[in-house]
Design a protein around this ligand. Sequence first.
Ligand code: HEM
Length: 551
Amino acid sequence: MFTTPSAICVAIVVVAFLLRAFHRRKSIRYIRGPPRFFSLLGHDYLMNLQEEVGDLDFKWLAEFGSTWRIQGAFRTDVIMTADPKAIQHIYHKSAYNYAKKQSQNHMSYILAGPGIVWSQGEDHQRHRKIMNPAFSAAHLRSFLPLFQRVTGKLVEKWKAELATTSEFESLINNWISRAALDIIGQAAFDYDYGVLEDAEQSTLAKAYHGILKDAEFRLPGAMMVFRAAWDYIPVPVLKLFQYLPVDPFTRILSLRRLYISVGKQILREKRPELDAEKRPNSKDIMSILIKANASSEAKTRLNDDELMAEMYTLTLAGHETTATTISFLMYQLSLHPEYQARMRQEIREVRARVSARTGIDFTMEDLDNLPLCLNAIKETLRFHPIVSYLPRVATKDDVLPLMHPITSTTGETITEIPISKGQTIITSFAAYNRLPQVWGEDSHVWNPDRFFRIDVGKQTNVGMFANLMTFSAGVRGCIGWRFSIIETQALVAELLENFQFRLPAGADPTADRKKSELQCAPSGAAMVPLIRGKPELGPSLRLRVSLAPTE
Ligand code: HEM
């Protein structure tokens, strides 16, 4: 299938090895790590083949401490860390001095174009400055009625299913994903995908799902080598690759073109009205963004291609991430029915107070007054980080401080690591989120009550929410984290108040996770729920849904 890329690949591999010979860095071989692995891709190959995301991270964490060395593509030495001080240094203190890898970043360009995710350094600051106003806490809270309206539709759909049966079994991730897509369309650019009503209705939705399937999922080895080689190719040449007449590039390009044509139409419709201040109350993210853009200095403005890339990026970044997290939460509640019952009780108590004041919907304050629900959301984000790791490359020589010293290959204690320009450091979000020193000795157990005993304010400050790394951190941390949390709070309260979730028929809740139906599979750096042994079905998380028991 990848004959042209394979041929290019061979040439690139040769060049990559030659280039590496000229770019010798300080050796980091004194850092302990897993034995060398005979593959052009090094341990990247093994990480892509993990049965469950984090299997290797947790093994290496237990064996070497919170920082270790692995072998990257083309026999490079890569540092992998889950150390809080190292993470704080890379993501907070060094700002843009640890940049994205070219290969990783270029995939963002192919998928979404010249938007915020692809931009780097000062250019990224420009994108972020224009986008920030749309992500203020106050503005995001104004989306609550939208979140509740769409969730209400989902509740009606499930109640209709339950009119003729006491329970149904379903891929609930598909349902929640449809609700989340409708939400992001309306919140981001006032566009109704309408997929909750009809999954096949929207051309954009179909285009979007097609692209996602092509992005990362279980790439063949040749394609992985081809991608890894992108780190060694000049960017102008890389940009031409998207025009290669082979799949998946042709598919991605044609789908992106379709998206751009719809995006242009949305921009055309929005701009004259906003410029003329005819719709001063437009609240969607694009409207706020267009206004911020118009009122900023000419040199910091985003052009139309960049605006359209943001529109598409918001759909890509803000939909499946939240939907999958909510699905994992429902899965954990099916494994922990007693916690599910406690949450429902808590929701019903607040509902009683809402009814007493003759209200209909929960307010933001009501939702913030559900500590059991909030803790379950935090614990699920900790346990199932949708992005499980991120690589960064040092743009200059540096010294990486460690909070938890490690032991070198010769038995010395290491408290800091000299870093050469060009050194790749992978942060394992999965491993950081399970560090026993931060989360307790039971860090490998899903237990939301830990957030009652842990004071995250006393921890080394790293993550954006609950000090987790799930939304990354610092100047490039997730801009939509608060959007996602409010959306999750709204959905979880409505769904649990109305429905009960259970494991699929025949599933044993006490069985070893590795033998259960749900596989948390790696797809690049992302975590995807699959039905074990059936990857061809794509992202799937099956549960039983029935009406919630009355009090
Ligand atoms: C559970 C839900 C979510 C998770 C786990 C998540 C995770 C992340 C992570 C790890 C990054 C950093 C990626 C990198 O540096 O390469 C990121 C960036 C980003 N996220 Fe999220 N995200 C979520 C929801 C959202 C939502 C709802 C939106 C929008 C409404 C959003 C928009 C973005 C954008 C635009 C970026 C790029 C930020 C930048 O480069 O400055 N995300 N997200």
